[in-house]
Design a binder for this molecule. Structure first.
Ligand code: S3P
Length: 184
């Protein structure tokens, strides 16, 4: 089933732990649009976890690969694209994401993000969780990225809601153009 009112792709943006990958999988299954998850593509390309890419290759190599994958993904049509939390910080990627796609930002409270990340399978590897003030780090990064995430056509709160409900809301709003044409 198609999204008649979506121009190109649906791109999910937002901080780690807001559910982009899970919601992306659900949305893809529900609508029959293939999923592109740039984090998974990076794991496949380097043959190691993202934390290991950061540790051995360095963040600059990770970011360069991420930008390239965002560019390739955005050249597609009719895809659900889930990008890493830092992808929209790059101005070129941000422009490609914004241009001709429906952009959805997933959000959750910093405390919820922290508890979701702590219970994620690779929690011990996540640099965000290192040190003695991970909540402060999450808050600071969220504030620093506010403008980057501001490209979204609409924002969906994932707080206390099952993945299915979030995906259903995105599908509904994607079909109802008047609810996402203006930015929120
Ligand atoms: C990052 C978020 C991660 C991953 C990498 C960097 C970030 O993706 O791309 O660890 O800078 O916020 P998720 O948002 O899928 O966790």
């Amino acid at each position: 089933m198609a999204f008649p009112s979506v121009p190109g792709n649906v791109v999910l943006i937002g901080f780690s732990g807001t559910g982009k990958s899970s919601v992306g999988r659900r949305l893809s299954a529900r609508l029959g649009w293939p999923l592109i998850d740039t984090d998974l593509q990076i794991v496949a390309r380097f043959g190691k976890s993202i934390a290991a890419v950061f540790a051995t290759e360095g963040e600059a190599v990770f970011r360069a690969a991420e930008s390239e994958l965002v560019q390739t993904a955005c050249a597609e049509k009719a895809r659900i694209i889930s990008v890493g939390g830092g992808a929209p910080v790059d101005p070129d990627s941000r422009e490609l994401i914004r241009e001709g796609n429906l952009v959805v930002q997933l959000v959750a409270a910093p405390e919820t993000i922290l508890s979701r990340l702590r219970s994620s399978p690779n929690a011990e590897e996540r640099p965000l969780l290192q040190g003695d003030d991970p909540l402060g780090r999450i808050r600071r990064l969220l504030a620093a990225r506010q403008e980057a995430y501001g490209i979204a056509n609409f924002v969906v709160d994932t707080e206390g809601r099952p993945i299915e409900a979030v995906a259903d809301e995105i599908a509904w709003r994607a079909r109802n153009r008047q609810t996402w044409q203006g930015q929120e």
